[in-house]
Design a protein around this ligand. Structure first.
Ligand SMILES: *[C@@H]1O[C@H](CO)[C@@H](O)[C@H](O)[C@H]1NC(C)=O
Length: 297
């Protein structure tokens, strides 16, 4: 009797899990940028071409797919990379109080990872899938990458994390015991803009870029964006860099002070809107203007 009960409970739980996904996927294609379709396991095959590169974008805490940077980033990525874009929405979890959202972000990452593994069984190459996540979405990207590696022994080619969330993901207060790190994809590319408050304090990728030193961005705080101004600069800089190839160029250096002192002028450079490689490993610095359009200064 007890055994039967347990089986039933497990079945009910399993069913609830498969039906109640908290992440949704909206596909935008280059054919018609003003049209999108929600994709899932039943219809993905008929909407995604096998050789298409897909870039998933993943919002942060208290956001949803209506967030004000999704459209600009989607258009910028399509124009530069000839890719299609999947806008992820996990609004229900993202609207929970922050600590609860942090707890649930593991599950959101696994849902995304599981969907991507499914796509690879349908003819999409893992090499054609890249993730871009901001803040909590940066951490979600890491959980997705880790899940994919656990299930397939293969890594995503690149995760781009735009000021991945720091609070409750670091040190003693790292409540999930795992945060975004360099093992989560072949290239884990991190742009740090608010390391002293809402972003990760220290390096966590294969490539870590620190615009204006990585915190207290010039022009911040703004009247309409007091607390999160520096945190949000991460996606505005990235969008500007994707839109304008080889303009926002960062230099490899030991520290921001060395960079400012000109000690690294002849060192390796990267385009911060570009795709990176294993050879680009390290820390990079650049100075960006205080206002739009964001340009090198
Ligand atoms: C693109 O999609 C929109 C929205 O569905 C539609 O109104 C428009 O006619 C489409 N444009 C083209 C060129 O197919």
């Amino acid at each position: 009797m007890r055994r039967t009960l347990r089986v039933c409970v497990v079945l009910v739980f399993a069913t609830a899990q498969t039906t109640a996904l908290d992440s949704r996927f909206y596909l935008f294609t280059r054919e018609n940028r003003s049209r999108y379709i929600e994709i899932n396991r039943d219809n993905a095959k008929s909407h995604i071409k096998d050789d298409t590169q897909l870039r998933f974008v993943i919002h942060g805490w208290s956001e949803s797919r209506t967030t004000n940077w999704y459209e600009d980033l989607t258009n910028a990525l399509m124009s530069r990379y000839n890719c299609d874009v999947v806008q992820v929405d996990y609004a229900k979890v993202a609207s929970e109080p922050y600590p609860i959202a942090v707890k649930s972000s593991v599950r959101i990452g696994e849902e995304i990872g599981s969907f991507i593994v499914f796509l690879t069984t349908q003819g999409v190459s893992l090499q054609n899938i890249l993730l871009v996540g901001h803040s909590l979405g940066g951490q979600v990207s890491g959980y997705a990458g880790e899940y994919i590696f656990r299930k397939t022994s293969k890594k995503l080619p690149q995760i781009t994390a735009l000021d991945p969330a720091g609070p409750l993901f670091q040190g003693f207060f790292n409540i999930n015991g795992k945060s975004l790190n360099k093992n989560d994809a072949e290239v884990v590319y991190v742009i740090h803009t608010d390391k002293s408050l809402f972003g990760q304090r220290s390096t966590c990728g294969t490539v870590d870029v620190f615009p204006n030193g990585g915190s207290d961005q010039p022009g911040c705080p703004e009247k309409d964006d007091h607390w999160f101004c520096s945190h949000h600069r991460s996606f505005w800089y990235y969008i500007a860099a994707v839109e304008n190839p080889n303009t926002l160029v960062a230099v490899k250096c030991e520290s921001y002070d060395d960079f400012l002192a000109g000690k690294c002028a002849n060192k390796r450079k990267i385009d911060i809107g570009g795709d990176l490689t294993q050879a680009d490993r390290g820390q990079y610095f650049l100075k960006i203007s205080a206002e739009k359009p964001y340009r090198l200064v």
